[in-house]
Design a binder for this molecule. Sequence first.
Ligand SMILES: O=c1ccn([C@H]2C[C@H](O)[C@@H](COP(=O)(O)OP(=O)(O)OP(=O)(O)O)O2)c(=O)[nH]1
Length: 158
Amino acid sequence: MFRSGAFVAEHISPIDDQQVQPNGVDLTVDAVFEQVEPGRIGRDDKQIGERRELDPDADAGVPTYRLSPSGYVARYGETISIPEGHVGYVLPRSSLMRNSAMLHTAVWDAGYTGRGEGLLEINHEIELEQGARIAQLVLARADHEDTYDGSYQGENLD
Ligand SMILES: O=c1ccn([C@H]2C[C@H](O)[C@@H](COP(=O)(O)OP(=O)(O)OP(=O)(O)O)O2)c(=O)[nH]1
């Protein structure tokens, strides 16, 4: 069973009322990266290729990313903690999708805490204000034996 947005909100910070939706919580874009070196997925290890952080255009008043068609890694502005007994899924905000862009995501494990990332697929030029809502996190009840203890635990925390 999926939990309410109010429940999800208890596991995300910072957050404001505008982010709380009936079935989940909206996530904002804090930083955008372009990968510049190859990565590697081995049988027993992995390496994330080097990235370049994009500078948003500050002249617009609100810092704004002007993105051309390509793939980018977006880092969310919120720290997310997936509670035990749950699994998280992040989906794109529909307005992103309606603008020919997509956010690709993976599984958010019980016990994970951090400011995670998603893959932005941009198919047409788009402007994204830094801090704009681009995604939504939902939580479902889930059985599990262990909790998350991987290399991304605690990532991007200040
Ligand atoms: O779209 C997503 C999905 C998950 N995560 C976070 C939460 C998740 O718990 C963690 C690790 O994900 P996963 O287990 O898929 O990573 P991995 O590639 O298997 O690495 P590791 O073995 O170090 O966990 O990354 C994201 O930031 N973005």
